[in-house]
Ligand binder design. Structure first.
Ligand SMILES: Nc1ncnc2c1ncn2[C@@H]1O[C@H](COP(=O)(O)OP(=O)(O)O)[C@@H](O)[C@H]1O
Ligand SMILES: [Mg+2]
Length: 588
């Protein structure tokens, strides 16, 4: 319950709407209460004048009664409509705000957070959980307000007619409340399980779709389906248990309401015919009581449902709060403008990933300046990508210093640095949008001339491919660029980085799916603009980095050799061995 307090700020934001909602609820219920009172008066009038009532009078009375009843119903319904307009619409506004808040917060969080939490989980917070919270904000709150107001108004009227009859008629209500409380806490425990199963199911489904190529390639459709089926079965089982309890719930409440009506008729009858004069009530009063009890039915029946909504919402809000309270390990506190001049250096940098014990980068030092190219080689897992992640400040190293233009990385406006950097990550990511939009993604105003686009694509030797597509630059890519080959994706993703005209260019093993000939062409093209920028090329292939100004060889996170291609070859160390091996492979 405590977690829901987080939402109070939103109630405050929409306080007028909320207040109006309460007022409309009161008005609507006021009209509702008038109906039984009007019936009572009409019947009593008939009873008093029973002896000299003409059939025509009765007809006239019935006509009046019907007309008035209709008017009251209309008035009640109209204000009910207004009440929903206020409160339900408020809940939609808050839902919108909350989704935005969570989404905005997600974007501030660091890489570590996204590695720890699955996409399914992140999505669930924003859709499933916010949805449940909305149920509390809208229908939940509305029914509670309605119950309180209806109960107060109705019971006041009942007591005015007959305190003793009210007492007996209302006896089943506390029993009902206890019952509702008991059952709803059981339902909540169950619904938590249902939520959990649902989360598992959606994560599984999500993963299946993003991994569909592998699943098909390995003929694992059947197994995947079984796994998904199993999860769906568990979800169904839990849901059915919940439905069963739910199904018993409403009939039980109806039974208790029935008892209330029985008491109204029986005890009311006794009071009306044989009660002491002071407590004697009219037949009309008995009718009014039956109507009152009936109008209490729905508000009370909704109580169980509402309490389960509140419990679920508070569980959901708790999970949302957990995310909202997560602070990014990397905060960009600097807002000063920053113009990158071109020098990058690592000084005895060591880094360990938060969740593993592997030291991914250990005591690494290097310096690279404007116009130079630093190459990092090493086998897979040697820490190459980690260096680029550290440089982009996706993580902060535990030891050592990273200097940009001789200033600590943490003292530099991260946005400004990232703005001037073109990075091509190892795992290419393209959005399901046009090639043009993908290329312009890093350009700040997203406006590049046709010439610029062509130049960038020619640099990366992909323009002829794009020309071959019927829609050229306006070809829409499938999800993650599925309608392109691996090499095409890599080349488009390099073009995207070049189009930014970056002062710092980082290429992380991004020519791995490109044949050596094409690689040669691209590398030669990249030579052209290199005076104006600092380049870092990461590769496990020596052919890619031969011409670099400086080469460092990584092994298990440590720099084991460094120098130019020529000096490294003459050293006849690891670099030389790798070179020999790769030459042999190429010849085969
Ligand atoms: N997000 C991560 N969390 C934990 N360990 C990681 C993560 N990314 C990489 N590693 C580990 O860090 C080491 C270096 O990885 P990486 O820098 O990707 O190597 P390379 O790019 O040279 O192939 C590896 O042992 C890898 O298992
Ligand atoms: Mg890598």
């Amino acid at each position: 319950m405590k977690s829901l307090q987080y939402l109070n700020k939103y109630f405050l934001k929409y306080k007028w709407r909320f207040l109006l909602g309460i007022i409309f609820t009161i008005v609507s219920n006021y009209f509702g209460v008038q109906m039984p009172i009007y019936f009572k008066n009409a019947i009593d009038q008939l009873q008093v004048n029973a002896t000299d009532t003409q059939p025509n009078d009765i007809l006239w009375l019935a006509f009046q009664l019907g007309g008035f009843y209709m008017l009251l119903s209309l008035a009640k319904g109209f204000f009910l409509f207004l009440m929903r307009q206020m409160i339900i619409v408020m809940s939609r506004f808050i839902e919108f705000d909350l989704k935005n808040e969570i989404y905005t917060h997600y974007q501030t969080l660091d890489q570590g957070f996204f590695k720890r939490n699955s996409t399914g989980d992140l999505m669930n917070r924003i859709s499933e959980d916010v949805g449940l919270v909305r149920m509390y904000l809208g229908p939940g709150i509305m029914y509670i307000i309605n119950l309180i107001i209806a109960f107060t108004l109705i019971v006041t009227q009942m007591i005015r007619i007959s305190p003793s009859l009210s007492f007996f008629v209302l006896i089943p209500l506390p029993i009902m409340s206890i019952l509702i409380y008991r059952v709803s806490s059981r339902m909540n425990a169950m619904s938590t399980l249902v939520q959990k199963e649902q989360s598992l199911l959606s994560t599984l489904a999500q993963e299946t779709f993003s991994g569909i190529r592998i699943i098909k390639a390995y003929n694992r459709e059947k197994e995947t389906e079984e796994k998904l089926g199993e999860s769906a079965e568990n979800y169904k089982k839990q849901s059915m248990r919940l439905v069963l309890v739910n199904a018993f719930f409403i009939p039980t409440i109806m039974f208790l309401i029935g008892i209330s009506i029985l008491i109204a008729v029986y005890y009311g009858g006794i009071l009306s015919f044989t009660g002491p004069t002071k407590e004697r009530i009219s037949i009309g009063s008995i009718v009014a009581f039956i109507m009152f009890v009936n109008s209490l039915t729905w508000p009370f029946a909704s109580l169980g449902w509402v309490s389960s909504i509140i419990q679920r919402a508070s569980a959901s809000q708790k999970r949302i709060n957990e995310f909202l309270e997560t602070k990014s390990n990397i905060q960009n506190t600097v807002t000063a403008e920053f113009e990158f001049k071109g020098s990058v250096s690592f000084k005895q940098v060591s880094f360990q990933y938060p969740i593993t014990d592997i030291t991914a980068v250990s005591n690494v030092s290097f310096q690279v300046n404007k116009g130079e190219t630093l190459a990092i080689v090493g086998h897979t897992g040697s820490g190459k990508s980690t260096i680029s992640a550290l440089l982009m400040r996706q993580y902060d190293p535990q030891y050592g210093e990273i200097l940009i233009d001789e200033k600590p990385l943490s003292s530099i406006n991260l946005h400004a640095l990232r703005n001037q950097t073109g990075i091509v990550p190892q795992d290419v990511f393209l959005f399901s949008d046009t090639i043009r939009e993908n290329l312009q993604f890093g350009v700040n105003d997203r406006e590049s001339s046709e010439e610029e686009l062509i130049a960038a694509c020619e640099m990366t030797h992909v323009y002829h491919n794009i020309q071959g597509f019927p829609n050229g630059f306006d070809t829409i890519l499938g999800e993650r660029g599925v309608n392109l080959s691996g090499g095409q994706k890599q080349r488009i993703s390099i073009a995207r980085a070049l189009l930014k005209k970056p002062k710092l260019l980082i290429l992380d093993d991004c020519l791995s799916a490109v044949d050596t000939e094409t690689e040669e062409i691209i590398l030669r093209n990249l030579e052209k603009g290199k005076e104006d920028r600092t380049t870092i090329i990461i590769s496990h292939r020596i052919s890619t980095i031969r011409n670099a100004t400086k080469i460092i060889v990584l092994n298990h996170g440590e720099v084991i050799e460094s120098g130019t291609h020529e000096t490294l070859i003459s050293q006849k160390g690891t670099y030389f061995d790798m070179y020999e091996q790769q030459l042999k492979q190429e010849k085969n």
